[in-house]
Design a protein around this ligand. Structure first.
Ligand code: G3P
Length: 220
């Protein structure tokens, strides 16, 4: 499963990319607004750090504007993925951009039928928002299971399931159990994925016992 970082903050992206475990980045207008920075400067900084797919969302809501903005975003770097919302105009813009060879991530997906249309429109990624469904007492991971089942029924549907709106580590492990292609994870959640108190306790005990031997492994 691919791990994308869900942020526009370059400091977080640099730190997590240095682990070698980051396969891409997703941004959205809210995440970009939080930086207080110029959108294109943010994208240039991210693409200079991360070679994988970097999602950048249009602000237009009708087809022609989405396509115009999408083409401009795609000019920033070869790994830019244009994000469009899952609306009729977003689906039409996805088709136009995909036919022009531009990667598209169709976002704000909340139903299997929406995901099916995104795939038929030629999306590279579809982003179902699991956390926002959980927030309204619907089972976000059930949507991921549905989409996985549907996509696997049709070889022609090559769109990757990019699980988004992740709130905690269990969303990540469940997405992997289901076979999602990628997760986009907020930095705070990403940092928790490798942690376990028993690992910390066990390492401390190992080091305490090792020090008692008075030995060194790589010399003084
Ligand atoms: O990539 C989409 C993600 O940023 C949305 O997350 O927490 O606003 O639902 P959230």
């Amino acid at each position: 499963m691919k791990f994308f970082v869900d942020t526009a903050e370059i400091v977080d992206i640099r730190e997590l990319a240095a682990t070698g475990l980051v396969d891409g980045v997703t941004t959205n207008p809210s995440l970009v607004a939080k930086t207080g920075r110029d959108f294109f400067a943010v994208l240039r900084d991210i693409c200079a750090v991360v070679e994988g797919p970097v999602s950048a969302e249009v602000a237009a809501t009708e087809h022609d504007g989405m396509v115009r903005e999408g083409r401009r975003l795609a000019e920033v770097a070869g790994n830019i993925v244009v994000k469009v919302p899952l609306t009729w105009d977003g689906l039409k813009a996805c088709r136009t951009l995909a036919q022009a060879g531009i990667m598209v991530n169709v976002t704000l997906c909340f139903s299997p039928n929406q995901a099916l249309f995104a795939a038929k429109a030629g999306a590279k990624f579809v982003s179902p928002f699991v956390g926002r469904l959980d927030d309204v007492s619907q089972d976000g991971m059930a949507l991921i299971r549905d989409i996985r089942l549907i996509f696997d029924n049709y070889a022609a549907l090559t769109t990757e399931i990019l699980v988004a709106s992740i709130r905690h580590p269990l969303h990540v492990v469940e997405a992997a159990r289901i076979g999602a292609d990628a997760c986009t994870v907020p930095p705070a959640v990403m940092r928790r994925l490798a942690n376990h108190p028993l690992t910390d306790n066990g390492l401390e005990a190992f080091l305490t016992d090792w020090q008692k031997t008075g030995q060194t492994i790589a010399g003084a």
